[in-house]
Design a protein around this ligand. Structure first.
Ligand code: SF4
Ligand code: SF4
Length: 374
């Protein structure tokens, strides 16, 4: 134990049980602490209260169309790679009420949803996931329009990040420059070792919470172990995506025969868009009651793979699966950059793991490249 106080940018060693106190302080401070939990053969993000709720002693193995959890028997909480869920469900909820319309004395009156938004503490955010949140910030908090629900939830957010030490086969964050280690944007960031967490302080709120805990200055041995673990994690990522000239490649490939090949395999199930932490398509649905006197308008997640999504003015602009897959990939890796200044992919690999047809964008891009070259 040390008498020194943590400062922003400093790193301390925290005994694992101390995380319980940190979570309790966050909850006392009005945060809803959400993090990974093992449930139904997978990892989900849900409310957690203590270290015991985390998926302790679990590792994952992910391949195209394959996800497996294994028990290691070790006392480690963050050795898995996240499952299909991402943090977007909390900042951009799958279903949001926008307003209620009521008919009073023959006139319609609108009541906007001004519900107070929950204040979340995200526990265990990976580097690629934080990059995805930063991409959705660009989408929902634009200079010309800011989504009030997203803004309120984002403004109150506390991020306890974690560095990845066991990446899976579908990860390619190193190609997208987003991981596996965090650079900035968190309140606190953990690197997990067998006995302790190495904690980096990223904000004043993170510092003040850590100051209430019992911690040590990390020994050179602990620091070297953590650095070695991160280096080995980065080395273990073998899947790559060559991002050189990617936006231009996709624009040059609009008439490629490859789209028809993918169109034969793709089920248009929309899994890839729902699991993607950056995808943001939504639809507005009106729900009138049977009296005809009130109606609610809701925003619900949608997908560019859904046929109705591109239905407009009496016709569908993307009636084939080929055209919908082309739209998705071209938007992700090319026109997204025109819109928001960065690509829409962080290399988390979810769309590869959760595609039932094993369609893999890291295979599709080289195939398009080879065709353009020819
Ligand atoms: S496109 Fe695929 S790899 Fe890229 S961020 Fe979305 S789910 Fe992850
Ligand atoms: S690419 Fe895969 S996950 Fe995406 S819609 Fe097609 S079959 Fe579904």
């Amino acid at each position: 134990m040390t008498d020194q106080q943590p400062s922003i940018g400093s790193t301390v060693a925290l005994a694992k049980p101390e995380l319980d106190g940190l979570l309790a302080d966050l909850r006392r401070g009005g945060f809803r602490t959400v993090g990974p939990r093992a449930r139904d053969e997978g990892i989900v993000y849900a409310e957690i209260e203590s270290l015991a709720d985390l998926p302790r002693g679990i590792q994952t193995a992910q391949k195209p169309a394959s996800y497996r959890m294994t028990q290691t028997g070790q006392n480690r909480c963050f050795d898995f790679i996240p499952g299909s869920q991402s943090w977007k469900q909390f900042l951009f909820p799958p279903r949001t009420e926008l307003f209620t319309a009521r008919k009073e004395s023959g006139k319609w009156k609108l009541d906007e949803n001004i519900e107070e938004q929950p204040r979340y503490a995200f526990i265990g955010v990976r580097a690629c996931e934080l990059a995805a949140i930063e991409i959705q910030d660009r989408v929902f908090m634009r200079p010309d329009f800011t989504d009030p629900v997203y803004r309120a939830r984002r403004a109150g957010l506390f991020i306890l990040a974690v560095n990845c030490t066991h990446p899976n086969d579908t990860c390619f964050c190193t190609s997208m420059g987003t991981g596996p280690a965090h650079k900035a944007g968190y309140d606190l960031c953990l690197t997990e070792l067998d006995e302790v967490f190495l904690v980096q302080v990223g904000s004043e709120l993170g510092r003040s919470l850590l100051a209430k805990r019992t911690f040590d200055l990390p020994s050179a041995f602990v620091q070297k172990n953590a650095a070695d673990a991160l280096e080995s994690a980065a080395r273990s990522i073998t899947r790559t995506l060559d991002t050189d000239g990617l936006p231009e490649l996709l624009m040059d490939s609009l008439e490629s025969g490859r789209w028809a090949e993918i169109g034969k395999r793709c089920l248009s199930c929309a899994n890839c868009t729902l699991v993607c932490p950056t995808c943001f398509c939504w639809d507005a649905t009106d729900l009138p009651d049977l009296t005809g006197k009130t109606a609610r308008r809701e925003r619900v997640w949608d997908s560019c793979f859904n046929l109705q999504y591109s239905y407009m003015a009496g016709g569908n602009t993307r009636p084939t699966i080929r055209s919908r897959y082309r739209q998705w990939l071209t938007h992700k890796l090319s026109t997204w950059k025109d819109q928001f200044g960065v690509p829409g992919c962080v290399g988390c690999g979810r769309c590869i793991t959760w595609c039932p047809a094993s369609i893999d964008l890291t295979e599709e891009i080289p195939a398009l490249r080879a065709e353009v070259k020819k």
